[in-house]
Design a protein around this ligand. Structure first.
Ligand code: NI
Length: 141
């Protein structure tokens, strides 16, 4: 069951030009009303804020693209994941083409631990691109 807070209505004074740009932006993203767009912006900030606390429980995904022909790379990446198995919930591996692999990991735990795993994976030599996406369990939003 979702716990819903009471709705509060607020009035926001905003520069007309800025509001116009905002409306264009959110229309392009498929929002049908400003309120939901504002709520999402606020939630995004709250999620980011959570990650600033190293001991806070967080959820995220790590995306990696790498060439599996690079010597020992697969083994290195697997070793890192085993070293932090408590923080790696699941992995998805896609063979993009003859050489390149895409891996997506679902990570969870204290922000500092999740960041450590992500940094270790992304900085491994041979990883062409890596990114940690911060999200939330949703429980506090
Ligand atoms: Ni592959």
């Amino acid at each position: 069951m979702t716990r819903m807070g009471q709705l509060s209505r607020i009035g926001v004074a905003i520069d007309s030009e800025l509001l116009e740009k905002f409306d264009v932006l959110i229309a392009g993203r498929g929002y049908t009303n400003r309120s939901e767009a504002f709520r999402d912006l606020i939630r995004e900030e709250l999620v980011q804020k959570n990650w600033e606390n190293p001991d806070r429980q967080v959820v995220g995904t790590v995306t990696l693209v790498y060439d599996h022909h690079v010597r020992m790379l697969n083994e290195k990446l697997t070793n890192i994941q085993h070293d932090h198995f408590h923080n790696v919930l699941s992995t998805l591996h896609v063979h993009l083409d003859h050489d390149n692999c895409l891996e997506v990991l679902v990570v969870k735990g204290k922000a500092k631990d999740v960041q450590t795993v992500a940094d270790a994976l992304i900085s491994t030599k041979g990883v062409k691109h890596g990114q940690l996406t911060l999200t939330t369990s949703g429980a506090d939003l």
